[in-house]
Structures are given as structure tokens and as C-alpha cells.
Ligand binder design. Structure first.
Ligand code: GLC
Ligand code: GLC
Length: 815
């Protein structure tokens, strides 16, 4: 069953009934001001940091779902009937409800009793504000007298404090209302130099800023007192819960439309010009006013919206493909790329599942997000690399997370996830291959943000590799530390205390527990660093990294091979994990993926065997589960992984992030049907028909789909913010379609399903545009027989970079 459909032409997903199984959300904002918005206008906004600069309040895990948002109410002055044109919060009956989630905007429209309303929500590029453009149309035969109310609830900035510190917060709230603009200025009197504002393009009949007056005591957002009676209270908040609501009266002739624009935004004043007049307690509005006035104008709002659309055309134009599979096309061309941008911007902070208060930017997560993002805005990727690297510790280790506002390592979580540093090498390598900009390697970057500690970025990468080499265990495999990629495989934490964090409690002396996964990752990273060293002319170093990689490769084959697949780890006692010797958790997906990706066992059949074992033991109709058999009870020596009920999350859920590693592995050994089949199983568009089971959005990847051991097998959770976005993008575009940026050009090396006969792609790369067509006889999967570039036959399948501006025609024949 579906709840909507794709509109590929407009790059939108169109939701046609409001009661989706879960809120289906979208993101607003591109650089600093962001928001999440659901298909019924739920969600919230923040500036840069979802915890520390939250503008509006949202109630996670509330009933009904998804409360707190960008709400509008329409009220018929004659009948007194009122409704929300976005369905929530009144949940009144609507005709022709539609929510169009697009690239950085959402538009929600509906009709109720002959009154149509459509609201477009978006954040103009380079502005710290959001526009809500509403059009109300009277489709009745008679004149309509209506009231339109807006409503947001302000958050007192720090979203954590806001939900906990009521003894203080009920007394701090402050607003000003001037010329119909509502200014939320809690704590502005003291240390904040920022405030929020909420403005409306029309003359007001009234306003409210005290939530409990607007709603009425014991009443909810579904029936605010002001809306019910058709008149605002003109309340001015002091303490309690400040909100923002405008009241506009509309009289519309039959067929008449009226546009009303609301602008909600964030503003920082220079510290010395906070008040006007100076010395008063009145917010200085001189600087913000022109901005507000600008976006309340219809032509300016429309222009800003067009610029946003053009921006996305430009970004998505960097890679466009036409394949025989519509799900591939729309994910590669539109939604997967979009999701990569969102994960780059948000890391794991704000979604329907991430509360925006708990997690900073992950060192590992952000490094991997780069892989799917770097081709879109390389300058921002560059900046991100330098930010992440600046938090690295002198040992080469890493804080697991850092805070986006301060860009400093997060001490609460700390360090010791021994895979973290290696991902930085992969992220930097992806940037270098895309851009050719090796100057980044010479950038001076601090350690732990400590001034004076700078070394070149290149040295950061060297230390990353050494970090692993200096931490080897009894089998000469890398020590796992607190965890590797799998945050929940905690081999040095034996926790028996309820609620204790598995990631930060390291209550066993490390020094024995080893990770085969990090072994594979090391082999991959060592080869990448060797290539980087070569680009810098350090051939000796390159050779030594390759030697280290070869040694680790041999160690993995010796101590990490179980006979039919790669083992997972050795635990605190030196006992094997992920082996036929184990009763549960005999085979894990992660080492099969990463080892094959690193090339381990490709030459001697181990890779093929490992992938065959994945197919027979882990693959199921909804994707590939993380391990089998699922852990049926808690294992104190394995940690959080065994806390989850079977089939969920790391305990044998389909942890989608890992599936692309297997797709890539299959592509490396040339099995195009298998690779593509795995791709299809978790492709959200291909799962649209089973939306009632899948439940999450059909346009973005979830982190997890419940595995076969779970009662809700096939049900997705944790949509949007996951490494799944970047890795699926890499798998389909670089390994199945086979278009890979390399140091010396663009490699075309597809691995496709046997049935496919051709596909076309346009790829912009270092300023030139490549129009690529690939044809292949039915029946083969891999192998390039001939390549012509602008009609000339070339050697091999690497296309050398052309001058910026060039249009290059590439014809590839497989065979
Ligand atoms: C989450 C984390 C990621 C981790 C994965 C597996 O997605 O964000 O860093 O690798 O879980 O535990
Ligand atoms: C990862 C896992 C999650 C776990 C978390 C701990 O993100 O996906 O299950 O709770 O790590 O920080």
C-alpha cells in the first residue's frame, strides 16, 4: 500500500493522505539555519546546533505523534468552524490533502468546506530565516469571511535545558511585539545577543505570545481558545511558555485568492548594539528589519524560492543517470544525493529519531558522510575535513564526537573507538580524488583544537594509521578499544549496572580484544594512504604503508578467517567472536564487507566464499541482517549488541549502512545480479508498495529494517540520518554503475545485472562534463571492452581529466 507517489519531474515526493504510518519528514535549510518538517507541518527549527540554538519547541515521543510545528488555523467567521490546512493539529477532515516534499522545501495543500489553502515552507539560501507562503482561495459560490491564525511555540534556546529546567525557565521568557512582529528574546537581557522573530505580511487583527492564554488552560493545540472564539488575546508573554501567533482577517469573494507570508527567523546583533536606544532593554531591530521586510514581499519570496530550486538543479546536475530501473534513477538522481546532503549537514543530530540534544558530529560518521557528498560541494567537504581533523588527538586517536557550534571534541563521550581515525583517511582520499586538490594535505591543523599543536593534515593521516599499528593484540590484529564501527560490540565493557553507557564504560583492561573489522579497514586505509604518499612523491613511505597493509592482510587471512567467512573479533578472553565455534553470532556482515572491499581474499577465493556465506546465512527478502544467529540473551562479554531484542538494531537487524559493502564486494568479484539484487532489497523507492509494512519514508534510506528474527520483520526505523546514505550512493554510482573519481581521471568500470543492455550518465568532474553511454551485450556483468572519448579509441577505462568547461562524449562498450 502507498501513501503517495514520486513526482520525478519536479523532484518531489507527493504524500496524498496525512495519516502516514509515521511522520514523513523533510529538511529545510542549506547552511546554518535548519528545520525539520513533517507532512503535517510538525517539526522545529534551529540555528547551527540543534541543541544549543533551538528556535521552536517540539515534543518528541508524544501522543499524538509529531506535536509542535509550523501551524496555521483557518476559521470560518460565520459558522465558527475551524481547521488546520496541514491536518495537524486539529485533524479535521480535508479534501485533496497533498504534501509535496522537495529539495529543501515542503508544500502542504488541502481544501476544507470550499476553502483551499496551500503553504510553501522553505529557507532562502544564505539567510537565517524561513518563509511560509500561504495562499488561501475561496472556491465557494459565496463570499467567505475567514480568520487565519499562525502558531509556533518558542524553545528557550538550549533544547535540553528547555525540557528539564522548569523552575528557572517558567520565569525567564520574554518577548516584544512591535509593528506586528513578534520578537522572542528570552535571555537577551543577559548573555545572548540573538533573538528569534516571527512576522506576517498582513495587517493584524491581533496576536498572542503567551501560550497558555492562546490555548487556554488545559487545552491543546487542536483547539486553541483564541482560534475557537475567533479573536486573539493580544497576550504578551512574561515567563511561562512564549509562543507566536498572528491573527489575520480575510474576506474573499468567490474565486478570490489571497497570499499571506510569514517569516520566522534568527538574528544576532553585534554585542555593542544589542539595545535601541542604547542603555534601554529594548531589542535593537534596526539591522533585522530590512531583512524581515524583504522576505515578506511576494516577489522576493518567489525569487528566493527559484534560487533554491536552481541551486538544487545545479547540485543534482553533477551526476545524472538513465538506467533501465526507475528506482535506481530516482534515488541516484534525486533522493539519495539529497539525503547525502542532509546527513552531511545534520550528522546524526536532528531527525524524528535523533532528538537534536544527544549527539554531536561523529568523527567516524562525518568522515563517511563525505564519501557521498564530496562531489556536490567540495569546498564544504574541505572545510569539514579540516574541522574534523582539528579535533583529532595527538596520539592519532579521536574524540568520538564533536559539537558543531564550538567545533570541539566532546569530553562526555571521549575517545577510544579504535576504528575512528582510519575513516579520516578514507574521507580525505575521496576529497582528493574528486578535486585533485592536494594542497589540503599541507594545511596546518591542530590536535584537540590546541593552538600551537598544528601539523600538516598529511601528518594527521600518518598518525591515524600509526594509531592502529601501535595498538595490536595477541594475534597482531588491531585492538578494538571501546568499539569499532559497530558501536554496540563492546568487548572491554562488562556492564551489570542498569543504565550504564556501554560506550563510555571501559571497565576491563584493554589489550586483548581484537577486531577483524579494523584489520580490514586498516588494509583499505593503508592502500589509500600509500596512494596519497605517492602523490606527494614519497615513494618510500608509500612502499612502507603497502608493506604494513600486506602484513595485516596476511594476519587477517591467518587469524581472521573461519573457513567459510571472515571472523568478527576476539573478545576480552581471547575467544573468537563471529565463528562457527560460537553458538550465536556465528557470522557478522561487517568483516565480510570491509575485507572484500579491501581486496582481502579476492585472489584466493576467500572473498567469494565469504560473500556466498552472506547470501546463504544473512540475506533475506528485506535486506541483509547484521549477524546470525541473533543473540537470544544478554552476553556481558559482548556488550550492547546483545541488549537489543533479536532482529533489531545491531542484534541481527538489517543495519542498512553495511549492505552496500556487500554490494560493492559483489561488484568487485563481478557478480552484477547479486550486487543489484541487494541494492533493490533496501532501496526505499522499490519498497514504496509495502509502505504499510516499511512505515518510514519511501524516499530516503532508514538506518535499520527489522531483521527476520523480529516480530515486525521488514519494518524500518531511524530514517534519514545514517551512513547508509553515503554508502549506498557510493555502491550504486561508483561500483555498480562504476563511475569512480580517481587521482588521474574518471574510471568507468560498471558491474551490472545480466539483463541490462545499456545506461547513460552525465557526470561533471573537475569542471568538465562527461556524457557517458555504456552498452553491453545481455548476459555479461563486468568488463570493459572498448572506450572512445570524443570518438577516439582510448587505452583502458580511465578517462583523463579534460579542461574545465569541456563537454566530453564517452562511449563505453562492455564485453
Ligand atoms: C550508528 C552510528 C554509527 C555506527 C553504527 C553502528 O549508525 O551513527 O557511527 O557505526 O550506528 O553501530
Ligand atoms: C549506535 C547504535 C545504537 C547505539 C549507539 C550508542 O549509534 O546504532 O544502537 O545505541 O550506537 O551510542
Amino acid at each position: 500500500m502507498r501513501y503517495g507517489h514520486f513526482d520525478d519531474e519536479r523532484r518531489e515526493y507527493v504524500i496524498t493522505r496525512p495519516d502516514t504510518p509515521l511522520p514523513w519528514i523533510n529538511y529545510l535549510g542549506s547552511e546554518a539555519y535548519f528545520g525539520i518538517i513533517s507532512n503535517t507541518a510538525g517539526g522545529y527549527s534551529f540555528y547551527r546546533d540543534a541543541r544549543l540554538r533551538r528556535l521552536t519547541r517540539y515534543r518528541y515521543n508524544n501522543v499524538p505523534f509529531d506535536l509542535g510545528g509550523r501551524y496555521l488555523y483557518l476559521r470560518d467567521a460565520v459558522s465558527g468552524d475551524f481547521w488546520s490546512p496541514s491536518w495537524q493539529p486539529t485533524q479535521s477532515e480535508l479534501e485533496d490533502y497533498e504534501c509535496r516534499h522537495g529539495m529543501g522545501y515542503s508544500a502542504i495543500s488541502s481544501r476544507h468546506d470550499g476553502i483551499e489553502a496551500e503553504t510553501l515552507y522553505f529557507v532562502p539560501l544564505a539567510e537565517n530565516l524561513e518563509v511560509w507562503r500561504t495562499r488561501v482561495t475561496n472556491k465557494r459560490d459565496a463570499e467567505a469571511k475567514l480568520s487565519l491564525f499562525s502558531a509556533v511555540e518558542f524553545c528557550l534556546w538550549d533544547a535540553w535545558d528547555d525540557q528539564t529546567n522548569f523552575q528557572r525557565n517558567f520565569s525567564t521568557g520574554q518577548v516584544e511585539v512591535e509593528d506586528g512582529v513578534i520578537y522572542h528574546k528570552t535571555e537577551y537581557r543577559e548573555r545572548r545577543d540573538h533573538f528569534a522573530y516571527f512576522a506576517c505580511s498582513e495587517p493584524l487583527a491581533g496576536f498572542d505570545t503567551q501560550r497558555d492564554t492562546f490555548l487556554g488552560a488545559y487545552k491543546g493545540w487542536d483547539s486553541p481558545a483564541a482560534v475557537e472564539r475567533g479573536e486573539s488575546f493580544d497576550s504578551v508573554a512574561n515567563g511561562w511558555a512564549p509562543c507566536g501567533s498572528h491573527h489575520v482577517e480575510l474576506t474573499l469573494a468567490p474565486g478570490e485568492s489571497k497570499e499571506i507570508i510569514f517569516v520566522l527567523g534568527y538574528w544576532e546583533n553585534p554585542n555593542e548594539a544589542k539595545f535601541d536606544p542604547p542603555g534601554s532593554q529594548t531589542v535593537n531591530k534596526k539591522l533585522v528589519k530590512p531583512v524581515i521586510e524583504r522576505y515578506l514581499r511576494s516577489d522576493e519570496a518567489e525569487g528566493a524560492f527559484q534560487r533554491l530550486r536552481d541551486y538544487w538543479s545545479e547540485l543534482l546536475g553533477i551526476l545524472q543517470v538513465r538506467t533501465p530501473d526507475e528506482h535506481t534513477n530516482r534515488m541516484v538522481n534525486i533522493w539519495n544525493a539529497y539525503q547525502c546532503m542532509v546527513t552531511f549537514n545534520m550528522s546524526r543530530s536532528a531527525s524524528f529519531y535523533e532528538s537534536g540534544i544527544g549527539r554531536g558530529m561523529g568523527f567516524r560518521d562525518s568522515s563517511q558522510d563525505l564519501l557521498g557528498f564530496v562531489h556536490m560541494v567540495p569546498e564544504r567537504a574541505r572545510e569539514r575535513i579540516l574541522d574534523v581533523a582539528a579535533t583529532q588527538l595527538p596520539s592519532g586517536g579521536a574524540y568520538h564526537q564533536y559539537q558543531p557550534l564550538t567545533k570541539r571534541g566532546n569530553n562526555d563521550v571521549g575517545s577510544g573507538f579504535n576504528d575512528d581515525p582510519a575513516w579520516l583517511i578514507l574521507g580525505v582520499a575521496a576529497y582528493l580524488k574528486e578535486t585533485g586538490d592536494i594542497s589540503i594535505l599541507d594545511e596546518d591543523v591542530t590536535y584537540d583544537n590546541e593552538p600551537g599543536s598544528e601539523s600538516s593534515l598529511y601528518e594527521h593521516l600518518q598518525r591515524s594509521l600509526r594509531y592502529t599499528l601501535h595498538r595490536l593484540g595477541p594475534h597482531e590484529l588491531p585492538l578494538i578499544g571501546r568499539a569499532d564501527w559497530n558501536d554496540c560490540l563492546n568487548l572491554n565493557c562488562f556492564s551489570t549496572t542498569p543504565g550504564e553507557s556501554f560506550q563510555t564504560t571501559e571497565n576491563k583492561e584493554g589489550g586483548v580484544a581484537e577486531s577483524v573489522f579494523i584489520g580490514g579497514l586498516f588494509v583499505l586505509a593503508a592502500e589509500e594512504l600509500a596512494q596519497i604518499a605517492e602523490r606527494r612523491g614519497h615513494t618510500d613511505e608509500a612502499a612502507s604503508y603497502r608493506a604494513d597493509g600486506a602484513t595485516m592482510d596476511a594476519t587477517v587471512r591467518e587469524h581472521g578467517w573461519d573457513g567459510e567467512w571472515f571472523r568478527r573479533a576476539y573478545d576480552y578472553f581471547g575467544d573468537v567472536v563471529g565463528s562457527k565455534e560460537n553458538e550465536e553470532g556465528q557470522i557478522f556482515i561487517e568483516p565480510q564487507g570491509i575485507c572484500v572491499l579491501a581486496g582481502i581474499g579476492v585472489d584466493d577465493g576467500k572473498a567469494k566464499k565469504a560473500l556466498d556465506s552472506v547470501a546463504s546465512r544473512l540475506a533475506c527478502e528485506h535486506g541483509i541482517v547484521l549477524q546470525q544467529p541473533a543473540f537470544s540473551h544478554y552476553y556481558v562479554n559482548l556488550g550492547e549488541i546483545s541488549t537489543y531484542p533479536s532482529g533489531y538494531k545491531e542484534n541481527a537487524g538489517i543495519f542498512c549502512h553495511t549492505n552496500p559493502w556487500i554490494m560493492i564486494g559483489e561488484a568487485i568479484i563481478g557478480r552484477g545480479d547479486e550486487a543489484f539484487d541487494y541494492y533493490r532489497r533496501i532501496n526505499p523507492s522499490a519498497r514504496e508498495d509495502i509502505s504499510e509494512l516499511h512505515r518510514c519514508e519511501p524516499y530516503v534510506y532508514p538506518q535499520m529494517i527489522a531483521g527476520k528474527d523480529a516480530p515486525s520483520f521488514g519494518e524500518a526505523k531511524n530514517s534519514w540520518l545514517s551512513g547508509t546514505a553515503a554508502w549506498n550512493f557510493v555502491a550504486i554510482s561508483q561500483w555498480l554503475l562504476g563511475l569512480r573519481a580517481e587521482y588521474d581521471g574518471l574510471r568507468v568500470d560498471p558491474c551490472l545485472p545480466k539483463e541490462w543492455e545499456r545506461f547513460e550518465a552525465t557526470r561533471k568532474f573537475r569542471g568538465a562534463t562527461y556524457r557517458i553511454s555504456v552498452s553491453k551485450p545481455k548476459g555479461i556483468c563486468k568488463g570493459v571492452a572498448q572506450v572512445t572519448v570524443d570518438g577516439m579509441k582510448t587505452e583502458g577505462n580511465l578517462i583523463a581529466p579534460h579542461p574545465a568547461g569541456a563537454e566530453v562524449v564517452v562511449e563505453v562498450t562492455m564485453g
